[in-house]
Design a protein around this ligand. Structure first.
Ligand code: ZN
Length: 303
């Protein structure tokens, strides 16, 4: 399909524009086309899609499927995510995955501070200066004791300050820190999918309210979120065209489901083409109608 204008801002596309992934590439999405201009790709698409990996259901699906999914999907989704870990004193600590591994956040309760070995000296030095008003020289000499402190043991450093230096080995994903995808992220996926179904009719002015709603972050289009009972290693998108509305259903990992309803948007002469992304076999499958999809009549195609 050849698109010569950005489907969002209608600016002419130039040949340097990279193709847009309908389902984010980081989630294993393969379906792609020249759809957005550079500006919309960066300022709208990238921002909205970033919210999807922090969706608690998407993350949970990837976590549960981690033994079967390609590792690069797991790594991409888990980057910068939150974890918890229990310390020897029973205190639960929060941690975050960074490029250099999982970083634990120190935690103080009462006079006791549990702090990870990494950066312990530096953290303590800062705490002594900021919270206890100690001169930087004394803080430096007090905190230098930390390196000789055994792991997991409570040691008094100063009046009203005990520390437990500790290295965690086991972490649990902290799903409570995750939210849901931005509503407009789902609208954008649905709109891009519609563009692929309809071709250049997507430039029709009847779609202007949709463009407006994505660009200006309003919620003209209704989005409902659901979850299914169990994640699966595939993504699915399918349309339903009704007389007074168009509904695009997006199933990420067949678990985090968004139903995007474009009210008062009547579309005729388009097949209700269903799209399925097999994340294990790395293939894209299509069915010419929802009826065909339900009858398992899928065919493989190249994006
Ligand atoms: Zn644009």
């Amino acid at each position: 399909m050849d698109f010569d204008k950005c489907i969002l801002c209608l600016k002419t596309l130039d040949s340097s524009t990279p193709p847009e992934h309908v389902i984010p590439y980081s989630l294993g999405g393969r379906l792609q086309s020249l759809l957005l201009c550079d500006k919309c790709n960066h300022e709208v698409g990238a921002k909205l899609y970033a919210s999807i990996k922090f969706d608690s259901w998407v993350r949970k699906a990837v976590w549960e499927l981690r033994s079967v999914l390609p590792n690069k999907i797991f790594e991409a989704v888990e980057k910068r995510q939150s974890y918890t870990t229990n310390s020897p004193t029973g205190v639960t600590l929060k941690a975050k995955k960074t490029n250099s591994g999982i970083r634990i956040k120190p935690r103080s309760i009462g006079t006791e501070t549990v702090l990870p070995t990494q950066n312990a000296t530096k953290y303590l030095e800062k705490k002594l200066i900021n919270d206890f008003g100690i001169s930087s020289e004394t803080a430096k000499s007090l905190s230098s004791k930390v390196s000789a402190t055994p792991n997991g043991e409570k040691v008094q450093i100063f009046k009203d300050l005990h520390i437990v230096k500790w290295d965690a080995q086991q972490f649990k994903p902290d799903f409570t820190s995750n939210g849901i995808s931005k509503i407009n992220a789902m609208v954008l996926i649905a709109f891009e999918y519609l563009a692929l179904l309809l071709g250049k009719s997507i430039y029709d002015e009847s779609f202007n309210p949709v463009r407006e709603s994505i660009l200006n972050d309003s919620e003209l289009v209704k989005v409902e979120f659901f979850i299914s009972s169990k994640p699966q290693p595939f993504h699915l998108i399918y349309p339903e065209f009704e007389s007074d509305k168009t509904v695009i259903s997006i199933h990420l990992f067949e678990y985090s489901i968004a139903k995007v309803t474009f009210n008062k948007l009547k579309i005729s002469n388009s097949p209700d083409f269903c799209y399925l992304e097999d994340l294990i076999k790395h293939i894209s499958l299509g069915a010419w109608s929802v009826v065909d999809a339900k009858a398992n009549k899928w065919h493989e195609f190249d994006n």
